[in-house]
Design a protein around this ligand. Structure first.
Ligand SMILES: *Cc1c(COP(=O)(O)O)cnc(C)c1O
Length: 410
């Protein structure tokens, strides 16, 4: 008899976006003529950049010819992409990384979920609340999160609430935690962290021997020059931080699949006897065993985002989404909502009016305006009383949704 990994059984069955779909379908069944607009799910809508499409075609043609055909590639990624990453994402910010510190992957979800394999099951973890669910769920699956209380908090997880009261900057913990997950610009709140605030986290990590897993999936949306794009802009971070990047939101690769993880050679974790073990060779070993590389075609597509045309084209699409964000902020604030984020990220985090819960506001707006948002409580207990709007829709649909919300409230 095979015994099941019963940590999986502790996970909540219902998945946020499945619950939303269920409620939307119930609405549609009773309102067959209503056209529902979704500002809910965090997926992009605009097509790939022409430079990326051209690279995909070219790479596909190479696969058709024996002399240029490629089979298994290096598990760590092709050097052409790793070099382009170093030259474009880090050097201009004064960050000097070695090519062997870059691990190309099939997107940031895999590695933000898998990275926890590098530390023992009995480490404690800390997360900002609300949060991208992958960080906690991947720890639950291995038994690291402990047991869950009635409000959905895990016993071995330190929750650091991010609310309007603290300006969505979590307080530095008053005790030590082994591993901390940070995500900036943040999903779901759309808020960012300044260099001086991020420096406090790096200093905390160095002082307490804490490992930081830093998710930079939305760094391309940063508009203000003094907001850090990478944790390695902070001195000392390469001793304590592993960073995740993705082309999904940067260049619309949610269906193409490519991203990368930075594991600096200086980052270590300890054995029980106190010996320091570098994590870079461990991650390399893990990848060589469990991962066979991202497709050649996807890596050529990612490389094309760094050409002059590619850069300009992906910037255009990001600007297009950010115009949505500006319009949403303007309209929703005009209607009296307290709104956060949306200035350096494609998400707007909105306080529900009065003491409305996330889910009741979600339903009121669905039935009143036929517009879908995401209930904030789905991202963690501190998300209660908030909803998330995404700027990833088309401009027409976004404008239409905003007009409906105005009409509904007037
Ligand atoms: C979308 C997203 C990612 C990227 O996921 P991919 O697997 O690269 O598509 C990573 N982190 C957060 C917080 C995200 O919202």
């Amino acid at each position: 008899m095979a015994l099941v990994n019963d940590h999986f059984l502790k996970l909540p069955n219902n998945y946020l976006f499945a619950d939303i779909a269920k409620k939307v379908n119930a609405f549609k069944a009773t309102h067959p003529n209503a056209h529902v607009i979704s500002l809910g799910i965090g997926d992009v809508t605009q097509p790939l950049a022409p430079a990326v499409i051209e690279a995909i075609h070219k790479a596909a043609d190479e696969m058709a010819v024996q002399t240029t055909f490629r089979g298994y590639g290096p598990e760590q990624g092709y050097d052409f992409l790793r070099e382009a990453i170093l030259k474009n994402d880090f050097l201009p910010r004064g960050i000097h990384l070695d090519i062997n510190e870059i691990f190309v992957n099939d997107g940031a979800k895999s590695d933000t979920g898998n990275i926890q394999e590098l530390v023992r099951w009995d480490n404690s973890i800390g997360v900002t609340d609300p949060i991208y669910p992958v960080y906690i769920d991947s720890n639950v699956m291995i038994g690291r999160a402990g047991v869950k209380d009635e409000e959905g908090r895990w016993s071995n997880v330190l929750y650091m609430p991010c609310t309007a009261e603290n300006g969505f900057v979590p307080q530095i913990p008053d005790r030590r935690v082994d591993v901390i997950y940070l995500c900036y610009p943040n999903n779901p709140t759309g808020t960012v962290i300044s260099k001086s605030e991020l420096r406090k986290w790096v200093n905390y990590a160095l002082k307490n021997d804490t490992l930081i897993f830093y998710d930079a999936a939305y760094q391309a949306y940063i508009q203000d020059d003094d907001i850090p794009h990478s944790i390695y802009e902070i001195r000392g971070a390469r001793k304590c931080a592993i960073e995740f990047h993705s082309y999904s939101k940067t260049a619309g690769f949610t269906g193409v699949r490519c991203g990368y993880t930075v594991v600096p050679k200086e980052v270590t974790a300890a054995t029980l006897t106190g010996e320091r073990i570098p994590l870079n060779p461990l991650w390399n070993r893990r990848q060589c065993t469990k991962f066979n590389g991202t497709s050649y075609i996807s890596q050529r597509a990612a490389e094309a985002t760094y050409t002059p045309e590619g850069k300009q084209q992906i910037r255009q699409t990001i600007d297009y989404y950010m115009q949505n964000a500006h319009r949403m902020l303007e309209t929703l604030r005009g209607l009296g909502f307290a709104c956060y984020g949306g200035e350096n990220a494609p998400y707007i985090w909105v306080k529900t009016p009065g003491s409305s819960s996330s889910w009741s506001f979600f339903e009121e707006m669905l039935y009143g305006a036929h517009v879908v948002c995401t209930p904030g409580v789905g991202f963690g207990p501190a998300g209660e009383g908030y909803v998330r709007f995404t700027a990833f829709g088309s401009q027409d649909q976004t404008s239409e949704a905003l007009q409906r919300i105005e009409r509904w409230l007037k």
